[in-house]
Design a protein around this ligand. Structure first.
Ligand code: COI
Length: 361
């Protein structure tokens, strides 16, 4: 049930509950949380109800809650930006809630009312506006999350859900910032199979990736580049983001075929590149093509895109023990231009030709 009448209550933190704000120059990613959170509940009888902004706090859950056993959990990630003149801006927030509803459908979870969620998000960000960093490139990361809360052990969709939004002031996702990162091309473990849940932003996809991530980090890499599950041949995505290649001056990215995340930054990058007149190609790219391109010079750039990662150049790939240096390990001009343009739009410094930015205040 999508309750259009959903009222949103506000319970403000009292002065003793307000937290000390962190040093803006050392935020890292997702380590600090603001003074408030949004929360609401869903039951099959009542639909969404009890929607409120409240002081950030623990919640108590029955140990039999279905999320702990069968992992019905989905989430989103988006950011609030402090623009010039202290404007507060959100980047394509409706796209996040629409994608959350696609994830919900795949995971047999209830859909959220997009317009009400946007209202709740704006109210939360406005209430915690002093937490939006002013340091260059730093933002307020927002994490809408839905989990199955019914206490029951039979395997079926839960009849109760909890939805909440956390807000966290963040700096760059990778300590390298915009500097190129080193990536391990994973040829043993796989992330998603056709017909599976790869395109849903569900917690299990991330849990399944952690082993490959930690093993790659032990070898000195920041992330993994996933290959397809059937042939271990075609590029899928990077651990936390979508993969892009510049090959013979064309911008190439794997198509959305059900196994990769439909990234909102991915979509934005494709639109910007199209605006600039670049040839863009959503097609399958084999790891062999990448290797050959690195050898004959046709592979010009590799980078990844995501809300947390923004645009992250990939300077070095390791595949089956072989190191592939991309653009001499440096950030390339396309990644640089996309990063500059996207950040300038997001921080309200440049024209927003696609009306992506939503003003909070
Ligand atoms: C995001 O980019 O917002 C994500 O959800 C990826 C996560 C691993 C930080």
């Amino acid at each position: 049930m999508l309750s259009m009448e959903l009222e949103i209550g506000v319970q403000k933190a009292v002065p003793e509950q307000l937290k000390k704000k962190p040093d803006q120059t050392a935020l890292g990613f997702g380590q600090y949380f603001t003074d408030h959170m949004f929360i609401m509940r869903w039951t099959r009888e009542q639909g969404w109800h009890d929607a409120k902004i409240q002081p950030y706090q623990n919640f108590s859950m029955d140990p039999a809650a279905m999320v702990f056993h069968y992992g019905q959990a989905i989430f989103e990630g988006l950011k609030a930006y402090r623009g010039k003149d202290d404007d507060i801006l959100l980047f394509r927030p409706e796209s996040n809630f629409k994608r959350m509803n696609q994830s919900a459908t795949r995971m047999c979870m209830p859909r959220v009312p997009v317009d009400r969620m946007l209202k709740a998000l704006k109210a939360l960000v406005y209430l915690d506006r002093d937490w939006i960093p002013t340091a260059e490139g730093a933002t307020l990361y927002l994490r809408p999350t839905m989990i199955a809360s019914e206490p029951a052990l039979g395997l079926r969709p839960s009849d109760e859900y909890l939805f909440f939004v956390l807000a966290s002031p963040v700096g760059a996702y990778y300590p390298e910032g915009f500097n190129p990162v080193k990536i391990y091309v994973e040829d043993t473990y796989v992330r998603a199979v056709p017909g599976g849940v790869g395109e849903a932003k569900t917690a299990g996809n991330y849990a399944a990736s952690v082993k490959a991530l930690t093993e790659s980090q032990r070898k000195g890499y920041s992330q993994v580049l996933w290959l397809d599950a059937l042939e271990h041949k075609y590029i899928e995505e990077v651990g936390t983001s979508n993969a892009f290649f510049v090959i013979n001056n064309e911008l190439v990215t794997p198509p959305l075929g059900g196994t990769i995340l439909p990234g909102i930054t991915r979509d934005s990058v494709l639109r910007l590149a199209k605006d600039w007149g670049m040839t863009i190609n959503e097609r399958m790219i084999s790891i062999d093509e990448v290797l050959t391109g690195a050898e004959d010079g046709s592979l010009q750039e590799v980078f990844s895109t995501g809300t947390a990662a923004v645009i992250s150049p990939l300077g070095e790939l390791c595949y089956k023990g072989k190191t592939i240096l991309v653009n001499e390990g440096k950030a390339g001009p396309v990644a640089q231009r996309l990063y500059d343009e996207l950040q300038a739009i997001q921080f309200g410094e440049r024209k927003d030709p696609h009306n992506w930015m939503v003003r909070v205040a």
